[in-house]
Write a protein that binds this ligand. Structure first.
Ligand code: CA
Length: 228
């Protein structure tokens, strides 16, 4: 996937420089010129990284960092003319990943951006390992282990297991599962679910005829039951 970068910067010439540099490196680019535009673009575009100016017409970049961090760990690299240490510390304390001072060299900016993207990918990988009893699911790599033995999964089997595992212990209805795994137009195709649930049980249960992990709630749905 090509990472999309949101540039929040009010000076047009600087935004153009950043856009063309990012384009040249193969990133997709979204632009915003104020705190408000930036937060709204962030919410609607879900970029993989944010380049953020501190002095904005309707407020300060710090506010943007604070608001984004309420919901997201997306990498934020601050770009600012202010070289003062106080501002750097404040931005980093607020949750920004890195800080580049204007004027900057493109090579340096991109090295920092790549480092921030890599560390975000590592953090996601780490956070997205789900362990439920004997089961370990590495969401980022889409790998599944039972008692440390890797189990081969089809993409659909994996998606189904992941939806159940993210809400382990809770019953997920047939329609919820069909919508999340196959899409909204499949919500009545309960037969799909039966077929794939049977396959999952054959792969994951000690005795697939008496499932201990992937439990049916008759007439409602399924749940992934954590062991007592
Ligand atoms: Ca500015």
């Amino acid at each position: 996937m090509i990472p999309a970068v949101l540039v929040i910067e009010d000076e047009l010439p600087m935004r153009r420089v950043l856009r063309s540099a990012l384009d040249g490196q193969g990133y997709r680019v979204w632009e915003a010129g104020s705190v408000e535009e930036g937060l709204s673009a962030f919410a609607s575009r879900s970029p993989q990284a944010v380049l953020l100016d501190l002095g904005l017409p309707d407020g300060e970049g710090f506010q943007v960092v604070e608001r984004i961090r309420e919901t997201s760990e997306v990498p934020i690299v601050v770009i600012s003319a202010r070289g003062e240490e106080r501002d750097q510390v404040r931005a980093l304390d607020g949750g920004a990943n890195d800080y580049v001072t204007k004027p900057f060299r493109e090579a340096e900016l991109f090295a920092r951006l790549r480092a921030a993207l890599r560390s975000a990918a590592r953090a996601t990988r780490h956070a997205e390992t789900l362990t439920i009893g004997p089961l370990r699911i590495q969401c980022f790599e889409r790998r599944v282990f039972v008692d440390e033995v890797e189990i081969a999964m089809t993409p659909t089997e994996f998606s189904l297991l992941q939806v159940l595992a993210r809400d382990a212990g809770r019953v997920i209805t047939h329609r919820q599962l069909l919508r999340q795994v196959w899409g909204p137009s499949y919500i009545d195709d309960v037969q799909y679910l039966r077929v794939f649930m049977k396959q999952l049980r054959q792969k994951l249960e000690r005795d697939p005829t008496r499932p201990q992990l992937l439990v049916t709630t008759p007439g409602v749905g399924y749940r992934l039951r954590p062991p007592e």
